[in-house]
Design a binder for this molecule. Structure first.
Ligand code: GLU
Ligand code: ZN
Length: 278
């Protein structure tokens, strides 16, 4: 049974790119009699706006999609804590009090997800008064896990190589889990078998695959779909040219028709689909 999900963060209204993502995930499941889940990724504390979760549901309904709600991240903190405990016991996490400015001052190498953490806090005595994040010791993690692969429906099989991410944050200073930890645990808890999301998160899967191994989680398959691009070739964000789904809904646009157009890859003039790359 195929289980896919749409996992928006409630820090802004959904736009056409989200609609494309939701329709893609929905259809991949529904075409095979599977399940399509909606998960609200509201771990972002102060940036989360709870009222947007209902707006998202109205958007999906308007697009003519059917889904099952699964618990939002804010109700899963215990799972995140238990997994953190497990990684701490394995000696794979270390506390880090660095600020963004300190990390930049160390002139770090740039990797797949911005600056690669330069290791400043590894083995240094930390000021207990300063808030600390927990980072994964990536070299240790990779050594422990050995060679594992992951499989993408669009781009084939890949050996998990998260080293371009460096020692990623798993527990944030201001939240009990980072995106990487929360999404990996949630997909496992929700029984997701085909993680469907945009190509902008393709490389993050290297990290997630290693986490699955460390935490003994089931291994799904992935489907990283192409991205909708604006006129300048950037990933679509809400803008004057691309109103939010809520705006379109309020203006009386037909959501089911829009979903059909997206299925046929018929986009408004100023929007194009990214080339399939890996
Ligand atoms: N919450 C993420 C976002 O809105 C999606 C994460 C995922 O699909 O894995 O960009
Ligand atoms: Zn540090």
């Amino acid at each position: 049974m195929i289980v896919t999900r749409f996992a928006p963060s409630p820090n802004g209204s959904l736009h056409l790119g989200h609609a494309f993502s939701a329709v893609t995930a929905h259809d991949l499941a529904r075409d095979k009699g599977g399940r399509f889940l909606l998960r609200i990724e509201d771990i972002d504390g102060p940036r989360s706006r709870p009222e947007l979760a209902d707006e998202f549901r109205r958007d999906l309904e308007w697009l003519g999609l059917e889904w099952e709600d699964v618990p939002a991240q804010s109700s899963r903190l215990e799972t995140y804590r238990a997994a953190t405990e497990l990684l701490l016991e394995q000696g794979l996490l270390f506390p880090c009090t660095c600020t963004r400015t300190e990390i930049e001052a160390a002139r770090p190498r740039m990797g797949d997800d911005g600056a690669i953490y330069p290791g400043t806090c590894k083995g240094r005595l930390l000021d207990p008064g300063k808030p600390a994040a927990l980072r994964l010791d990536m070299d240790k993690a990779v050594a422990q896990v050995g060679e594992v692969v992951w499989s993408d429906a669009m781009a084939g099989s890949h050996p998990a190589d998260p080293r371009e991410f460096g020692d990623v944050v798993l527990v944030r200073k201001d939240a009990p889990a980072s995106y990487h930890l929360a999404a990996t645990l949630d997909d496992a808890a929700d029984g997701v078998t085909l993680v469907t999301r945009g190509r902008d998160l393709f490389h993050a899967t290297h990290v997630h695959r290693v986490l699955q191994e460390l935490l003994g989680l089931p291994v799904p398959r992935w489907h990283h779909h192409e991205l909708l691009l604006d006129r300048s070739g950037n990933k679509l964000a809400k803008s004057r040219n691309s109103p939010s789904l809520a705006d379109r809904r309020a203006a009386g646009e037909d959501g089911r028709l829009l979903a059909e157009q997206l299925r046929l890859h018929r986009f408004p003039d100023d929007i194009s689909l990214s080339a399939p790359t890996s």
